[in-house]
Structure formats: structure tokens, C-alpha cells
Design a protein around this ligand. Sequence first.
Ligand code: MOS
Length: 765
Amino acid sequence: MRTGGPYFMQTGAVTLANQPSADLPAWGETRIVGKALPRVDGYERVSGTAIYARDLALPGMLHGAIVRCPHANARVKKVDVGKAEKMPGVRAVITGDTAAAKIPWYLTDKGPASWLFAPHCRYEGEEVAAVAADTPEQAQDAARAVSVEYEILPFVVDHEKALEPGAPAVQEGGNRFGEPSVYQRGDVAAGFAAADLVIENTYRTPTLLHTPMEVHGSIVQWDGDRLTVWDTTQGVFNRRIELAQMFKLPMSSIRVVSLYMGGGFGSKLEVGKYTAVAAVLARMTGRPVKIFLSREETFLCVGNRPANRIWLKAGVKKDGTLTALEARFSGPTGAYATWDVTSAYQIADLYLCPNARTEEQSVFVNAGKARPMRAPGFPSCSWALEQTMDELAAKLGMDPVELRLKNIPTVSQIEKNIPYTTTGLRQCLAEGAKAFGWNEARRRPKGDGYVRRGSGMAAGMWGWAGEPSAIVIVKLLADGSVNLNMGASDIGTGTKTVMAMVVSEELGVPPEKIAIEYADTATTQYAPDSGGSQTVLVCAPAVRAAAAAVKAELLSLAAAELSQPVATLRLRDGTVEQAKDGKRTPIPDLKSLAERQVLIGIGRRAPHPVGKTALPFAAQFAEVEVDTRTGAVKVLRMVAAHDSGRAMSPLTYENQVFGGITMGLGLALTEQRVMDRQTGKVVNVNWHDYKIPTALDVPASLACLPIDLHDTECNSVGAKGLGEPATIPAAAAIANAVCDAIGARVFDGPITPARVFETLARKGA
Ligand code: MOS
């Protein structure tokens, strides 16, 4: 089993000399950090004045459109572009025969698994050709006029069927992506023999789609051999690496810029074929080219959270002590693979258990490639693990919270028993239960009419402690205003706001005087992808270090100019304040600053603590109503208790938690990609047929309870990750509440009305 999610693998090309600034002491009491400040870009976001990549138009810009295979599995026999080339406004048509478009794609150790334009299309939507024209409409018309002859082949879209003998082969080597990944410790057979109670079940979760509000796309411009890309991406620096390899250019010749973003959730963690297509078309035509996907294209071609089948067996003593956990996972990687798509991490690490064995198999199917999606693998694993814990508790006659409290780990078992810097799992469980009114809720009658009520809970953890480095520059200008120069994308989570608060904390300059340049490889320094719940914990310490460097220089200049010892000065509200009499000198009045015009601080994050791991924990609680006449499940309320270290910015913290719960609600109840067994096509490629929760589905009562432990060991701001933990236990908590309400368990998600009826029928109700 991999122990770090896909980020290690996707960013393996990055090696940074880790020369951190000496780490700063932990904050004591903070004045700005921890306050519920509005977003620094809130007005722009809600007023429509924020500029997204799609809003840009360059002089002479062309528009691209992509020809996609309509079949689940087909060889491209002939592409006829004659008609398309003659259509109005068309400037270029490219196919797999175009020399500049022969770009290898999906790199494996055996060579590329495919090409920018695939000679063999293995899923509906795979790229075959592309067009550039004066307007988007002309490009789309011309793309439709490209005529492609296909040899249609048998296909398989269900990953369990793909493993059956005689299933159509998606890849020449068969439908298994490598050998199963195995993790093992202790002796599970002995563990089950020592148990008083052993249960085993098979669980399933559906394939979900990221569907960020902002669709994917790029604008590409060449200036000689210099390439500029405005991209909807979670990380400009890793896109630069991918583009440098693709076009064999030095990294220094490539500029990637990310502007405002409308979400990513992991689907924007790798370079898109649309970016490469736009780059090829732009080079051929000598004009900038813009390609943005349609909503339908985003359902087919830019990733998904793959379905999971999880067989899980658990053994426990009468007193609730776990003796063994054993699991087998499988999930579809799509037609191509770059990483294992399931994650057994929590089975190996969330609860104390001496004997554990997990086996994971990613499976090829004729569908778009999976991409990481908000805590890749973890919510599906929770669905199985936390429902198993619930059933164990029921069979033991124990309270589900008690059972979990009984098995809290003191060390990271998956990381050879090294300690955690902090673990607030106990507080998440205990304080979450109290805030929810767990004991009262569990005693409340289920109801004897058609509508049944129940409560459930689930715990969770996330397994990625962040990349080692980020480099940030803070500049204090002569008028006392500040530029924060950081490389991270703000994918909508509030990164800019949190980082402005950190600068404000150190320099005493109000957030409105801090302007932020971000996510631009030409003007900002390295930051990892905004993914893996790592942005705050990797970048905020670097921001703090850069601001602290400016502060040190400013105070030393002020001390000389004001003839005061440095230790007696502090920065407050844009002034230098003297301890002895509270006298304040506005920063712009300092002559030494006016002479220099700018003070510059460079900050790096200190390395990870050695011999410890810093991970976030969570427990969520849900109360539901199930209408046994309609099968409808209504989530009435939820409480989410999170140990993500210091809650830096309470409003964006709450946003993350409520957003994570909302996505968990979709996983539990309504969302699933539906593929037609007869055609291998995705049936629900739009927001009408693919059901993401709306405001009416989200419970009116949502409570976010930060377990505000300041983790002084993990980094200099004391924060751990939050974005992904927020969605990990949510669906399982809802499933457990449904089980409590109807007295029977729904093993396969989503819990649709049909599944509620099947489950009730099985129970004989
Ligand atoms: Mo993500 S899957 O960390 O965007």
C-alpha cells in the first residue's frame, strides 16, 4: 500500500534543496489569526468582477474544439478532415497524423500507454482530432464535420465484470493494473482466532464526478520558443514540469498562470489534453488559442472518483478490543492508469489493531481515467470501515462512540509506530458526541409510523502530511502597504485570505493593505499543488517566515532611527509602537524605509518533524429521517468535529467543513456516474441527471466544531489539513444513521429509494 495518496507519485519530479529558514517559535496569543475575518477577495467573487481564465481574451485569439470518440472502445481507421478544413473561419485541423501532435500520453515504465490523439480509443470521449477557428461556434461546427471511421470493439465498463474470465481486454496486458498492493502486519488468522466476534461484509461505493463549477480549459500563447498558459489548475509549478517534458523546453521558458478558480477537487491536478492541443494549434497558427470544455466533456474526460468494492472482515473481543482487520479492495482506474485508485490507509491506521492485512487492485475499464478526488480512496474506505465498526458495536451491545474510543491509536501503526505530533481523535469523538447530543439522540424513539428517525456517526483520518517546501516572498513598500508573493493556487478555498491573515499577524498591517500575487510561475516562487489538504500547512509557515524576515529588518531600522532597543518595539496597526510610552510611528514615516523603498523577506517552510507524523482526524454525527413509503432519506442535521490543528480562519474553516459534508451527502445518497451496459456510454453527463446535492438537500442544521489544538510540532503555524478530512467520514455517518432508523444496513451506495426498499424487503419489513 502506498502511504501518502497520489501526490508523491504525481509530483515525483520535484526535488527541492530543503534549506529552510530557521523555524519560528509557535505563536502565543494571536490578534488576527483565528478571527472570523471576511475573505479578502469576497467582493470580487460575489460581484462577478473576479477574472477567471475563461474571461480572458487575447488579441487575435483563436478558439479550439476537440473531436472525441463516441464509442467505448474503437480503433481509429481513418480521419477525414477535408470538409472541416474548408469551413468558414477554420485556421487549422490536427489529427494523430500531424507531426507536432505526436505527443506521448499516460507515461508508464513500459512507455506511453497512448498519445495526445489516440489511434485506439478506449473510452467514450477520448481525443481523436482538433480544430482551431475564429469563433468557438465555427470551431465546434468544424469539429463535428471531421469524419472518423472506427473499428468498433467489445468493451467492459464495470470493474467487477472486467475481472471475470473472458471479459474484453481494455489494455493488451489484461484488465489488472499491476499486481495487487498488499499491506500486512501481525497475523490476521491468529487475530481472528483470538476474537470473540468476527463479521465480514462486502460494500460498494459508486463512481462520482468532480464537476467543479468552473469547467476545465486553457489559453495558450507562444512568443518564439516561450510558452505562456493561462490554466484552470490547482498547481502552476507542476503543470510547468509536465509542459516542459511534453514540449522539450527548459522550465524557464514556460509561464503557467492560474487566476480565480471555481473549484477543482483533484480534477485539476494534472495537465489536460486540452492544454497540449491548444499549444499545438497555437504554434501552427501563430495565434493564441483558447479551449474550454463543455460541461458534458468534463463528465467524460477529466477524471472521477472511482467506484470501490470492499470486502472487509473484522474481529473483536467482547470488551471491544479489535483483534484483526482484513480487507480486499478493487476499483476502476479507467482505460489508463498512473496510480492505485483505492486506499486502505484508514484500515491500517485509524484504529489500534495488532493484526491487519489489506489487498488493493486497480482495474482497467473502458471509461475515462480516474483522478484524485477530495481525499482519494478515503471516503469509500470509511464507507466500509465505519459501517463495520457500527455493526460490531451493535452486535457487542456497545455504543458506537465507546467502541471507537476503546481503539484509539497512540502511534501511527502504518508508519512503523512513530508517534503523531498531535491526535485529537479522542476529543473529536467525545466533544462531537456532546455537541450533537449523541446519547439523547440514540435514545429517541425511531417512530412507529412510516417515517423513521435514526442517528449515526463515523470517524476518519487523512494520510498526507504535505510536501516539504514552499518559497514565499513578502515585500513591505514605502507607504506601508505589502505585497505577498506566493505560488499557490487559490482553488476557491480561501488560501489568499488565510495567507493575508498570517502576514497581518506578523507585520501588524491590516489585510486590506496586503495585495497578493499568486499562482504564476513567472512572478511567484515554488508552491506545491493546492491538493492533498496541504496548502495551509505547507505555505502558511513559509508566508510567516517571509513576513518575519521583513519584520526583523523593519524593527532593526526603526530601532536605530528611533534610538530604542529592538526588544521594546512592536508592530501594530501599521505603526511601530514603543513599549515604554505607547508612542506610535506610522511605518511610512520611517526615513530609513523611504530611503530603501522596499524591504524584502524570503521564507521557506522548515522540514517535517523527524520521527513523527502530523495528520488530521475527524468525527461526524448525523441524524436522518427515512420515509419507508417513498424510500427517501432526509438528513436532518450534522455535527462535524475536526482536529486539523489550529483553526487559522474560522469562516473558511467552516466553508471547508460544510462543503465536505455536502460532497459526502452526494456520495451517500444521490451521486453516481451511470454507464450504459449496451453502449458503454455515460448516460448522465449533465447536472440535471447527475444529482449533486442542492441547497434543499443540505441539512439546515450543520455545526462545525474545531478541536482547536495548536500543533506546535508540525509547523510554525500549528495547522494540519482540513479540506479532505471534511468529506471523509460524512457518507459513512449518514449510512450508519439510516441503519439506525430502519434497522437494516444498506451496503451498496448511493442509498437511493430503490436500495432502501430492497433493504427493507430483505429484512422482511
Ligand atoms: Mo485534491 S484530491 O487534494 O484536490
